[in-house]
Ligand binder design. Structure first.
Ligand SMILES: [Zn+2]
Length: 221
């Protein structure tokens, strides 16, 4: 027993400093990054199926939270997240990718890319349609170092459904018009001289992909 304790003690004395040293090496930092990502994903997977903890679980059972209760919950979650962030400050990344995604709640940009925290500029719009201000924002993002613009659409898009439904067309004319203009707005974006120049020089890549809403997998359009 005593010999066993000595062995454990010696191992601890050797392994703890060695582990500490390893974490500071390039490989160690890479390992921390990968393990951190895996743990983030593990957390999502543990939570995903827990319907009882859905934001408005009562909704599923015919009940409903009042708007004030929803807002109170948003603030509560925010305070909790901010307190964690204060405890664990993060580095300042400079995004290399700008992502345009429909506002559909089933699409989770963290899931689509693995983790979008500060690695991506994310623009969410109704029906993935770019207005002029979003186009300008994308150009600004490229000026700030973005090298890839990823323009997405997605399956089972409510905005696209509205655009194809005569009744809804009447009710949501602006949205419907925007969806019909989506392609034209992309062409306008690509024709902006600054962006066209970057594309021509091979300094900027613009990709158009479709997201499978259920698996969140990207596929070429
Ligand atoms: Zn949509």
């Amino acid at each position: 027993m005593r010999r066993f304790l000595i062995v454990v003690l010696v191992l601890l004395v050797v392994l703890v400093p060695a582990g500490w040293w390893f974490l500071g090496t390039p490989n160690g930092r890479h390992a921390q990054f990968v393990v951190g990502g895996a743990l983030v994903n593990l957390g999502y997977r543990m939570q995903d199926h827990l319907e009882a903890y859905d934001f408005d679980e009562q909704h599923a059972h015919g009940g409903s939270m009042t708007p004030e209760e929803v807002w109170a919950e948003v603030l509560r979650q925010n305070r909790l997240a901010a307190s964690v962030r204060r405890t664990f400050p993060r580095t300042h990344h400079h995004p290399l990718v700008a992502l345009v995604v429909c506002m559909d709640a089933r699409l989770d940009t963290n899931e689509i890319t693995g983790d979008t925290r500060q690695y991506y500029y994310v623009i969410r719009t109704a029906g993935s349609v770019l207005e002029d201000k979003e186009a300008e924002m994308l150009e600004l993002a490229v000026q700030n170092g973005v090298k890839v613009i990823l323009l997405t659409t997605h399956s089972d898009c409510a905005a696209e459904r509205a655009a194809a439904d005569p009744q809804l067309q009447e009710r949501y004319p602006t949205l419907v018009r925007a969806v019909h203009e989506r392609g034209m707005r992309v062409r306008t974006l690509l024709a902006r001289p600054f962006l066209a120049d970057r594309i021509a020089k091979g300094e900027l890549l613009v990709k158009q992909m479709d997201i499978d809403t259920h698996t969140e997998e990207l596929a070429p359009k």
